[in-house]
Write a protein that binds this ligand. Structure first.
Ligand SMILES: C[S@@+](CC[C@H](N)C(=O)[O-])C[C@H]1O[C@@H](n2cnc3c(N)ncnc32)[C@H](O)[C@@H]1O
Length: 145
């Protein structure tokens, strides 16, 4: 199940999944408040975490981690501002992550990958440079060290 706060985002996701032959369901939902009712194997959040206000990010991370099955993965990324990259986003609700902030929410997880990446994004149709922190973390299975 995938969520996006906008029905346009949901439609885009449905179209992309169908183009790729991936069976997936999407619905309008708010990352700031949504509750996962069942444990899942993977929580993936790309390009949207910045829309969660900083004061509730720790609580939201705890919810996503608690909703992940043992052995399951969280794959997350977030925009991180750089002094040498002109800000692009005009979204008034987006708050940048501090460098390393994302990894900080996963101190109690096995980190499979953590890095900062810089690239040209073409998501909006106009290419622009951006930097992101990304983390792939695994929830340990009980008894595993
Ligand atoms: C940069 S796009 C990334 C879209 C998609 N996740 C991807 O990786 O291609 C950011 C998306 O976050 C969505 N968004 C913004 N605020 C949100 C919120 N509070 N809850 C869920 N989605 C939100 C926007 O509608 C937009 O589709």
């Amino acid at each position: 199940m995938g969520v996006d706060i906008s029905s346009v985002g949901v439609r885009k996701s449905e179209e992309r999944a169908s183009r790729l032959g991936v069976k997936a369901r999407f619905q309008v939902g708010d990352l700031r408040t949504c509750r996962l009712r069942h444990r899942v194997d993977v929580v993936l959040c790309s390009g949207a975490l910045n829309n969660i206000p900083r004061r509730i990010r720790a609580a939201r991370s705890e919810h996503f981690k608690a909703s992940t099955a043992p052995g399951g993965i969280n794959a997350m990324n977030a925009d991180v501002p750089k002094p040498y990259i002109p800000p692009y986003s005009k979204n008034p609700y987006a708050t940048p992550f501090r460098s390393g902030e994302l990894l900080g929410y996963y101190g109690d997880r096995e980190i499979l990958d953590s890095r900062q990446v810089e690239f040209m994004s073409t998501a909006s149709g106009v290419p622009y440079r951006k930097a992101m922190d990304m983390v792939v973390a695994r929830k340990p299975r009980p008894g595993a060290h």
